[in-house]
Design a binder for this molecule. Structure first.
Ligand code: ADP
Ligand code: MG
Ligand code: MG
Length: 255
């Protein structure tokens, strides 16, 4: 079943009107994992932020349909309530709000949207407790303030916990591999894999092939303002070779 359909999407930076997205076309069905790769500055993060409705960007053309609805007409909160989840490359700190209160609030908002009753603190604790295992977290983690003083790995795991609690249909992971060592990456990837069902889909943005060894994509797209190439895992290997060739050229020139 069709989940997301992006057609000829163009967007500019709101402030400068500089065009960053130059006609993106992408179709995602339920249960698929799509990887988006591309060099730094190619618009990968901009694309994901436009999908969640980030105010720094202005859509200038094209369309995005999510679960049969016009995504671009929805407020950012509505998009998240509709089942779109995004992990940020740089997650925000929320001082003074504990992790568990934040998650409880977010989850209740989603339940209201689904026509379900809200969970009180005790019920919510029972709901979240088994999920801590997925991300390999101790319970004291829940009482800390959102992202305050978290290490890089803890931030990423916290985002996966958010995902486990909220249960999104489309999950956008923007460089969840950035700044993680291989062990932390394996943990995070295992958690993501554990959350995959035939009903939900992942759009993962990455710079490196390494992540693709842990989370296997159905498709890989190469981005450069728009999607310029689509294929399977062999594309990632090709990209890495190109990067290596470029690097050895540079070394030759410098030495
Ligand atoms: P990627 O994630 O592929 O590295 P980005 O989407 O972050 O690329 O950025 C694409 C281009 O747009 C870059 O040149 C970046 O500097 C610019 N850009 C993105 N967001 C902003 C912003 N809010 N203000 C100014 N420039 C931006
Ligand atoms: Mg970048
Ligand atoms: Mg980026």
């Amino acid at each position: 079943k069709l989940l997301l359909e992006v057609k000829d999407l163009t967007a500019v930076i709101a402030e400068s009107k500089q065009e960053i997205l130059k006609g993106i076309n992408l179709t995602i069905y339920e249960g698929e994992i799509h990887a988006v790769m591309g060099k730094n500055g190619s618009g990968k993060s901009t694309f994901s932020k436009v999908l969640v409705g980030h105010p720094d960007y202005e859509v200038t053309g094209g369309s995005v349909v999510f679960k049969g609805e016009d995504l671009l007409e929805m407020e950012p909160e509505e998009r998240s309530l509709a089942g779109l989840f995004m992990s940020f490359q740089a997650p925000v700190e929320i001082p003074g709000v504990s992790n568990i209160d934040f998650l409880n609030m977010a989850y209740n908002a989603r339940r209201r949207k689904l026509g379900l009753s809200e969970l009180g603190p005790i019920e919510f604790y029972a709901y979240i407790f088994p999920k801590l295992d997925i991300v390999n977290m101790k319970t004291d983690f829940l009482n800390r303030n959102v992202n305050e003083g978290f290490s890089g790995g803890e931030r990423k795991r916290n985002e996966i916990l958010q995902l486990a609690v909220l249960g999104a249909e489309l999950c956008i992971l923007d460089e969840i591999d950035s700044g993680l060592d291989v062990d932390a990456l394996r943990d995070v990837a295992k958690a993501v894999n554990g959350l995959l069902t035939p009903k939900n889909s992942v759009l993962m943005i990455t710079h490196y092939q390494r992540l693709l060894e842990f989370i296997k994509p159905s498709y890989i797209h190469v981005m450069d303002g728009k999607i310029v190439k689509t294929g399977d895992i062999s594309i990632a290997k090709l990209l890495e070779k190109e990067a290596q060739a470029l690097f050895s050229n540079m070394v030759e020139r410098i030495c």
